[in-house]
Design a protein around this ligand. Sequence first.
Ligand SMILES: Cc1cc2nc3c(=O)[nH]c(=O)nc-3n(C[C@H](O)[C@H](O)[C@H](O)COP(=O)(O)OP(=O)(O)OC[C@H]3O[C@@H](n4cnc5c(N)ncnc54)[C@H](O)[C@@H]3O)c2cc1C
Length: 400
Amino acid sequence: MKFDYVIVGGGLAAVSAIEGIRSHDPSGSIVMLSRENHPPYQRPPLSKDLWFGKLTKDQLPIHDQSFYSEQRVDLWLRREVVEVDAARRAVWDDRGTMVGYGKLLIATGGWPRRLNVEGSDHEAIRYFRSLEDYLLLESRVSSFHHALVVGGGFIGCELAAALCHSGKEVTLLYPEEYPLRRVLPRDLGLFVADYYRERGVEAVSGESVVRFDDRGGEVMASTANGNSVTTHLVVIGIGIEPQTDLAEAAGLEVGNGIEVDEYARTSDEHIYAAGDVAEFPNVALGRRMRIEHWDHAEHHGRAAGVNMAGARQPYTHLPFFFSDLFDLGWEAVGDLDSSLETHAVWKEPFRKGVVYYLREDVVRGVLLWNTWNAVDWARGLIRDAKPMTSAIREAAVPET
Ligand SMILES: Cc1cc2nc3c(=O)[nH]c(=O)nc-3n(C[C@H](O)[C@H](O)[C@H](O)COP(=O)(O)OP(=O)(O)OC[C@H]3O[C@@H](n4cnc5c(N)ncnc54)[C@H](O)[C@@H]3O)c2cc1C
């Protein structure tokens, strides 16, 4: 069996590649192999909108089923690709089927990083990435009172808010001084920790779990500082590992992800990679990086598809990302690295404003905190790469 285009993965990057391919090749044969039970769906609502009643499960699919038939795509669900044979230009799935390709896209995303401490195989300890993970948590929500969320990154913070909103007692525990430490400037991060406490979340900074012990159905987490939390459920959100195994075994270049050029092409000219799994050259920021964000997965996946179909269109998109922490919502563009110098302009301190991330006085990142419809404006500031003159400072917060 052979297809012109084989797509491995069932997320946003994978499905966006279909649109990219079809914009240049209306007739080539396409197959998409996904190990998921469901056609591609939106992940961001799994940790926020669904819990806050802003969206329902039937709104999760990225496309209706009809999209795949209209685009003449064979969508093979519950099919895990286990090997890429680059010499033969074929992949093997877990049922022993070999599928040949003209062009291959690896869009396998990432998988939650495991917390490898004693007792971490306890049944009450969960990770959170997929719709199945959401469904499991949702099904259990009426049967526990307290949850421990480990990790102060996006997933940890969002889930802590979601579970608290669902009426649960929540402890959010993280080793850093404040949540979202890698992204937020210190004063804003400390505000977020206090804000969580006000909302009823027990936010514990400077702590990490060193072991888990069963306590008759409950689980006790012991921390590095000699404290303990006994709980009904633990959710661990300590980042993801890009799913690069297939690429590594196939001999592709892999660094902090599968290495691709500006056309999303790997070190093998017939194989492309996109989304969370790929390390790509960010043209606007002038450096290679791997990004784990929705807008990037969409545009990078589409760019990969376009180039697989024979176009030569470099990926120059400057992606934005977003999150909601209870009713603090934000969008951001560029390098949100808290080790950079930052300059905040608040309309209302820590509630509404803009934070600029500067390298040598040039804007490299912009955080739009409860400030809406300003993403393109922020992109312009970064692309212009002008010094952060006082004029820009004064005109800082766009009217929204
Ligand atoms: C709960 C949650 C909330 C998020 N919220 C936000 C947010 O608010 N804002 C934001 O910008 N980003 C958010 N993200 C990140 C965003 O969802 C990801 O960046 C995006 O989904 C990446 O898409 P992807 O297609 O690259 O990878 P993925 O979505 O991980 O898709 C990869 C797919 O490939 C499948 N797969 C892997 N290996 C194989 C194989 N060998 N064979 C077959 N199939 C395979 C996987 O099962 C999966 O379906 C969130 C992520 C999660 C999990």
